[in-house]
Ligand binder design. Sequence first.
Ligand SMILES: C[S@@+](CC[C@H](N)C(=O)[O-])C[C@H]1O[C@@H](n2cnc3c(N)ncnc32)[C@H](O)[C@@H]1O
Ligand code: SF4
Length: 453
Amino acid sequence: MEDILPLLNKYDLPLPRYTSYPTVPYWDKSGFDKESWKKAVVETFKKENGELCVYVHLPFCENLCTFCACNKRITTNHRVEEPYLDTVLKEWEMYRAMLPSKPVIREIHLGGGTPTFFSPENLITLIKGITKDATVHPDHEFSVEVHPNFTREEHLAALASVGFNRISLGVQDFDPKVQYVINRVQSFEKTKEVVEWARKLGYNSVNVDLIYGLPLQTEASIDLTISKINDLKPDRIAFYSYAFVPWKSKAQRRYTKSDLPKANEKWKMYQLGKSLLTANGYKAIGMDHFALPNDKLFEAVNKGTMHRNFMGYTTTDSKLIIALGASSIGDAWNAFAQNEDKVEEYQEMVQRGELPVIHGHILNEEDVVIRRNILDLMCKGSTKISEKTFDTATLPIALQELSLLAADGLVKADKESITVTEKGSLFIRNISSILDARMRRKKSAGNVFSKSI
Ligand SMILES: C[S@@+](CC[C@H](N)C(=O)[O-])C[C@H]1O[C@@H](n2cnc3c(N)ncnc32)[C@H](O)[C@@H]1O
Ligand code: SF4
């Protein structure tokens, strides 16, 4: 096997995961206001013939997993459920009042936190509240993220009764020493039980989240985890690179950098995971996903219709995502807006009739071109460079940088196009960053991103 270590040393840099372009730290917040956001929502709504996706952030969790970088609130007090859902539905009403006609809901995604922190009855109230004055698309995708330890069959039955057909289970790793250090002790049996409930209730796609690069994780942990996962045969697997961001997620300070696998160990873990999954019929998709050939995501790759947004890779290329709940990010294709992330302040803003958006970004023409370029790289592995991709000052520098990546065998590139090679797929964040004009012009001070590998 080729010695990859020099490349890992060279390219393991703090870089964005490019779930959006521009990425949040490089948004031009001064050029944003709520009125422009509302205008963008209505315009995109019309262009999309009323079709949209709804993301709801449900931030509560009963237990703190110390590796977690998501926006969450740890509590065992379930009295928070009703005021929170009441607020989310009020926020939805604000958007409904803006829209010129009845929306057609293509996707609903419940993320968190732990959506099944909420009772089955409350989850039904939430979904009925969202769909009551809307048309549900006949080919809709309603999905929920669950932590198996906090999921009962009643939760899945309740969600199935209101149209949920996809589920994503957090697993991360089955090695007991890794589970202990990340404070997430989760048995294979419990995980299997939740997968079986979902299949029995008619969920037609089951995803499992795994992570490589966790503290104390080794190749043996990956081997153990994937052999167990292969027994469950999920339709999709997200195999994420661990994002170590202790400046953002303070619980990650319970362990130190020395407990984490080094870049070359991480690379070996990824390669091992990839070979075990492909030997079991999975195909690698995009940056960090695997799918069985019968899964819609795999079909979307073949048809060239796969899309990527704040929720990760998706099969529907929806240009309008209305995001509800604390910290969630809405996307109107040419504008982004993020909600207040503190639960109490989010609730107060909505309860006094204010849209809880605290900042955002309105994309200019160049941003939209680059957004498309980066999406193409992330979803299709190649993109056509247009005259708007690089300004005249940047073009020679970017071509020089691309030729260095080409010399390392990571891309094939010329003035017209960039194609990621198989070797380059692990370095997709580095390749995409060459196109990132906003980051190039204004390097943020200090750490903002996790390492790229
Ligand atoms: C909202 S979370 C999890 C859903 C659910 N609360 C659970 O714990 O199973 C969605 C996923 O983000 C991923 N994730 C969270 N923190 C991460 C980190 N620091 N690095 C990489 N992936 C992370 C995990 O794989 C997790 O399953
Ligand atoms: S991994 Fe899931 S359950 Fe654990 S803290 Fe994060 S959001 Fe909550």
